[in-house]
Write a new protein. Structure first.
Length: 444
């Protein structure tokens, strides 16, 4: 944190004085925090740090699972009082009683009856807050990317693993049914040897610019220094506060928000966690509105198993998005872009030199679930319940969830390498033995 020593002492004294009061506001039997075996009737008590648009969606998702999994959001925390008050109103509607509200996460983490914490703050604070949550002995659901500063992501991962915490990273497609079916298909070897994965994901518009909250935020309604977290002091800036994804000191932009999902699916499908090398290029070609991060971005990632991933995004055109896993036996196609449940397998039947009519011989079949009578939509959404449900189940079983902290670290490495390559203008390499990013091949 950026407090001066005197403020830090005052803050510590305040927290020590209030610890017993906060602990005394428990709302009943807890499921996990006291370390006992979790019974079927024990309620899971959740705290939530950072309740903007995505945070509101996560609260809604939890509320859909409240009866099946005996779960409740009992405490909310946000530096901006407008977000806090909105979260209190929403959760009061969901559960019939308001959650406790806090401005500072340190206060929430002192609550002994809170078993686990949702983290949906701006992405520059994901890793530092995850580390604090794990140090407090609590499990977590943290939005993606898990982090965008390698040292901070590594520290969060190590702390989670040392504390034996159950952490689900918010790459939610790992829990969705159609990606699971597609992943199982790849694991059967149906594609043969895969040499290339192509990912194209487009959007037409000045993404992340024009947030209405910019005009609402006043300096006195938040704590700017706390929002900055590990970043150096700078003047209060409401535009940065809400449109942080456009500024390179706080976000990797497209790499953090979109490549994180896409490359996590590649890691999962291909069972290969870290890129051996990455090179990226792009620029601001569509929306010259003061943004720093590119609106047009392309990255090539090579993996140790011997395949290349081509990733491309443009914010200046909404051309159809897709992913193709290209193997010697078949191509697995995802139609509609990352998160779309529409998958199709296209078998290879030789080449045009041997048979000019080879295109007519290629068999196609859709990847469907048992009982499907129609194709799933070629669209995407962020309100599927399965990922949150998987985490809640793992809080009780103490098994690792579908997107554990190790996989969150892996997708963060890929995204950090892509962003750093873009800014440096050169190819970068990952050294798994030392967990470091290099500007030369390891051992050279």
């Amino acid at each position: 944190m950026l407090d001066n020593p005197e403020n830090a002492i005052n803050r510590r004294s305040f927290l020590n004085r209030t610890a017993s009061i906060l602990a005394g506001t428990a709302l009943g039997t807890t499921a996990v925090s006291n370390g006992r075996i979790v019974g079927a009737n024990d309620r899971i008590s959740l705290g939530h740090i950072g309740i903007g648009d995505r945070g509101g969606e996560l609260d809604w998702i939890v509320s859909r699972l409240k009866e099946k999994h005996n779960v409740e959001v009992t405490a909310v925390c946000d530096l901006w009082k407008v977000n806090r008050e909105r979260a209190v109103r929403a959760n009061n509607t969901y559960y019939g009683r308001p959650p406790r509200q806090y401005e500072y996460l340190e206060e929430l983490l002192l609550l002994k009856d809170v078993d686990a914490v949702l983290i949906s703050t701006p992405e520059h604070s994901h890793s530092p807050i995850l580390k604090l949550v794990a140090e407090a002995g609590k499990d977590a659901y943290v939005e993606k990317p898990m982090g965008n500063v390698l040292e901070e992501v590594r520290a969060a991962r190590d702390t989670v693993q040392q504390q034996n915490r159950i952490v689900q990273v918010g790459t939610q497609h790992r829990s969705e049914l159609y990606p699971q079916a597609a992943s199982q298909l790849v694991q059967t070897g149906a594609l043969g040897e895969v040499s290339k994965v192509e990912i194209v994901w487009n959007y037409h518009g000045p993404r992340w610019r024009g947030r209405r909250e910019v005009k609402q935020l006043r300096a006195e309604d938040t704590d700017w220094s706390k929002w900055l977290m590990t970043k150096p002091p700078r003047p209060f800036d409401p535009q940065l506060y809400f449109e942080f994804r456009l500024y390179k000191d706080f976000s990797n932009g497209i790499a953090d928000q979109w490549l994180s999902h896409a490359i996590d699916l590649v890691h999962w499908f291909m069972d290969d966690k870290y890129p051996a090398s990455v090179v990226a290029h792009g620029g601001i070609f569509a929306w010259r509105d003061g943004r720093e991060n590119p609106d047009t971005f392309q990255a090539l990632l090579e993996y140790p198993k011997g395949f290349l991933v081509s990733y491309s995004t443009s914010f200046g055109n909404d051309a159809p998005s897709f992913t193709r896993y290209m193997g010697k036996k078949a191509t697995l196609m995802n139609i509609g872009g990352e998160g779309s449940p529409r998958y199709k397998l296209v078998e290879e039947k030789g080449n045009h030199e041997d048979n000019p009519d080879v295109d007519r011989l290629r068999a196609e079949r859709d990847v469907l679930l048992p009982g499907d009578k129609r194709l799933p939509p070629a669209g995407m959404g962020d309100l599927d319940l399965h990922h949150m449900e998987n985490w809640l189940e793992c809080l009780r079983s103490r098994q690792q969830p579908h997107s554990p902290v190790s996989d969150g670290y892996a997708h963060s490495v890929a995204c950090i390498m892509a962003a750093q390559s873009f800014w440096a203008g050169r190819k970068l390499y990952y050294h798994p033995a030392t967990d470091t990013i290099l500007d030369h091949p390891p051992g050279s």
